[in-house]
Design a protein around this ligand. Structure first.
Ligand code: 13P
Length: 340
């Protein structure tokens, strides 16, 4: 295992106040988002959309790494240039989603276990050969009546740790993503309690599986009230609860925490990340960064709408969201930035 290379890659992913852009939607998820906007659900439409993203001028000013999907990492620009070359040439590090999805968990109604360990060593070797330098695996934890179960938390944590170990063996930095979902009526306190329990279990398993914490990135949810909870805390309350929860569960050896957006609006995701950095940045052992999919892509996707003529306007929106989130890492994001 090349320890120093893993450490360097992990550091580069969170350097200069940049963050990650997740564009690793599986084909069914991408198609669902296209269908909602009436965009054709074809290989060519998905390719054209991803080409729009990776050719956004100036994207590398705010984005350190792009997370791709198996279909996307093999695709090319219309002129024949491989996507991976365009990304690398622009100074962005390519990464790859390697889980094969969250599936119904046996004898655990309402819960899911993420699959994809079978054959993973060979797939990682192939992706590494293609130029990927990091990987991502997402586990989902649902909250509700009697949920989550210990069985679901433990199985997902162990799976994440086994994935992370295989990544490090292959020289790829693992992005470890245990997502406590926003769906439901639960309170912010409940989300905090469950997130803490999940993170502690994940780090216990990472330790057991000998994963080097300096060579990984954690991708957690922010601590939020459920979408259907009547009480919705302020930006500052969310920032405080999230940081308190992380301080109690994430070891200092981890270089960076890059949040998922999870269905928050683009503006709220930026404002909450900003508040965390304004209030705590100088006192934290790890960087607080972003690894958003929807909160960066959504406005651009709506503008693009499957039409080549909209590419420049969509890229402008994408660049804007990426810049807002870089500002949020510096604690310099303001609502006025949204007026442009
Ligand atoms: P969202 O930011 O849309 O939650 O996506 C992040 C991600 O990569 C999900 O795995």
């Amino acid at each position: 295992m090349n320890t120093q290379e893993l450490i360097n890659t992990a550091r580069m992913l969170i350097a200069n106040d940049k963050g990650l852009l997740a564009m690793d939607e599986s084909t069914p998820t991408c198609d669902k988002r296209f269908a909602r906007l009436g965009i054709p659900q074809t290989v060519e439409a998905r390719r054209a959309y991803r080409e729009m993203i990776i050719t956004t001028p100036g994207l590398a000013e705010s984005i350190s790494g792009l997370i791709l999907y198996d279909e996307t990492i093999r695709q090319k620009k219309k002129d024949g240039t491989p996507f991976i070359k365009i990304i690398t040439d622009s100074g962005i590090i390519p990464g790859i989603k390697v889980d094969t999805g969250a599936k119904e968990m046996a004898i655990h109604p309402g819960e899911k276990i993420t699959e994809g360990l079978d054959g993973l060593r060979d797939r990682l070797a192939e992706y590494s050969q293609m130029g990927a330098r990091f990987a991502k695996w997402r586990a989902v934890i649902a909250l509700g009546e009697g949920l989550p179960s210990q069985g679901c938390i433990e199985a997902n944590a162990q799976t994440l740790a086994r994935y992370a170990a295989l990544c490090q063996e292959a020289g790829l930095v693992p992005i470890v993503e245990p997502e406590v979902l926003m769906d439901g009526e639960h309170t912010l306190e409940r989300c905090c309690e469950v997130t803490k329990e999940v993170l502690r279990t994940v780090f216990n398993q990472l330790y057991t599986q000998r994963v080097m914490l300096e060579g990984m990135i954690l991708k957690p949810n922010m601590v939020l009230p459920g979408l259907a909870c009547p009480k919705q805390e302020t930006v500052v309350e969310v920032a405080d609860s999230t940081v308190r929860c992380l301080l109690r569960s994430v070891p200092a050896a981890v270089p960076g925490v890059a949040f998922l957006s999870g269905g928050q609006s683009s503006e709220l995701a930026s404002a909450r990340l900003n508040a965390m950095n304004v209030r705590f940045k100088s006192r934290l052992p790890w960087a607080l960064a972003f690894s958003f999919a929807r909160a960066i892509q959504q406005p651009a996707l709506e503008i693009w709408h499957g039409d080549e003529e909209n590419v420049a306007a969509a890229q402008k929106a994408l660049y804007h969201r990426a810049s807002c989130n870089r500002a949020a890492r510096r604690g310099e994001y303001t609502a006025a930035m949204e007026m442009i």
